[in-house]
Design a protein around this ligand. Structure first.
Ligand code: DAH
Length: 360
């Protein structure tokens, strides 16, 4: 009775196990197939082979079988377990391959794409902005750019321009001298000498560049920039000079900007003059000017020195002053920038504080 009671029970277990094994064998491939990523695949494997997995549950029931059935079921379960592991490994490799293929066939990653935050862009320094604008205007009038060195001979910087040997500008206190008797040029007028000593007239040049003087206060810097402009031809008159200056003033400071020439002295010109432009800050619509703090209530702002090239300069450069004549002018770039932008202290242009420079 007892045996009869247990027999069907062992048979039930066996049938149930066989069914479980059959179901698992029939479905595990599809379940692995359904996992489209590695974590899901591993979870599926754990559901079958893990501690609480379906195949593990089957194994746990094996002891209830009678010896013969247990051996047969054991073989089946072992084979199934091997199959599950093999199919799992194969599926894992396939997923891996798929990922790599997808990466390789995806549109190429463009490493030249700009970043999301645009890199902050710098811009030209106000001294360069103003210099380039002045150069552009004068080049458009027909002047060519002439370069020259910043370390210069006394002859080219002073003597040939008619400076007497005892002129204060030649003093140790006013200029930077090298130990071998050269100096840092104190103005770009040296280019007049260099050009006229090497090329025959006619000529029309501008010479932008750095110059050096022993000065340092709110309106003077030991290094600053000038643009020299000169023209040599036959029958050049003050009218030509005024024509160029007037055109420059209108183009740089705005249409209707007047100029005036005040007699002044420079050793290398005769007559010589200082040039004022009508103050661009207090100009009224009718062209008159109210006077303001920038122009010190005068309505005029001095921007440069000019004149007719002195015969002494022509002679020292080997040019016949009876045949040739010319005009010259020279302006300070920082001076013009200060006037243009209303900058209170020239040193701001050299300190390079980004908060200042960002305003241009
Ligand atoms: N070289 C002069 C200076 O540095 C500026 C100057 C004045 C230049 C008169 C000229 C000129 O060509 O004619 O102060």
């Amino acid at each position: 009775m007892n045996a009869a009671m247990t027999e069907p029970a062992a048979g039930d277990v066996r049938t149930a196990l066989e069914r479980s094994i059959a179901v698992l064998r029939a479905t595990f491939r599809a379940r692995f197939e359904a996992a489209t990523a590695e974590p899901a695949l591993r979870e599926e494997k754990a559901r079958i082979l893990g501690k609480k997995g379906e195949l593990t549950a089957i194994l746990k029931q094996m002891p209830a079988l009678e010896a013969g059935a247990r051996r047969a079921a054991g073989e089946l379960v072992n084979t199934l377990k091997n199959e599950v592991e093999a199919v799992f490994e194969e599926r894992l490799r396939a997923l891996d391959r798929g990922e790599r293929d997808a990466e390789l066939s995806a549109p190429a990653f463009d490493i030249t794409l700009p970043g999301r935050e645009p890199a902050p862009l710098g811009h030209a320094h106000p001294i360069s902005i103003v210099r380039d604008e002045i150069v552009d205007i004068l080049v458009s009038l027909g002047f060519a750019v002439h370069d020259g060195p910043e370390v210069e001979t006394e002859e080219n910087n002073f003597t040939k321009l008619g400076f007497p040997p005892d002129h204060p500008a030649t003093d140790m206190q006013d200029s930077f001298w090298t130990t071998d008797g050269l100096l840092l040029r104190t103005h770009t007028s040296n280019i007049q000498v260099r050009a006229m000593s090497t090329h025959p007239p006619p000529m029309a040049y501008i010479a932008p560049g750095a110059v050096y003087r022993r000065d340092d206060d709110a309106t003077h810097s030991p290094m600053f920039h000038q643009i020299e402009c000169f023209l040599v031809d036959e029958h050049v008159s003050v009218a030509h000079l005024k024509g160029v200056l007037g055109t420059f003033a209108e183009r740089f400071f705005g249409a209707g900007t007047p100029i005036r020439l005040r007699p002044s002295y420079f050793p290398f010109v005769e007559p010589g003059a200082e040039v004022d432009v009508g103050c661009p800050f207090c100009r009224r619509a009718d062209g008159s000017r109210a006077g303001c703090s920038v122009c010190k209530r005068s309505g005029w702002i001095e921007i440069l020195g000019c004149g007719m090239i002195h015969p002494v300069v022509f002679e020292s450069c080997g040019i016949d002053p009876e045949k040739w004549s010319g005009f010259a002018f020279g302006m300070g770039v920082e001076r013009v920038a200060i006037v243009r932008y209303g900058i209170p202290d020239i040193r701001l242009l050299f300190e390079n504080d980004p908060r200042f420079l960002a305003q241009f």
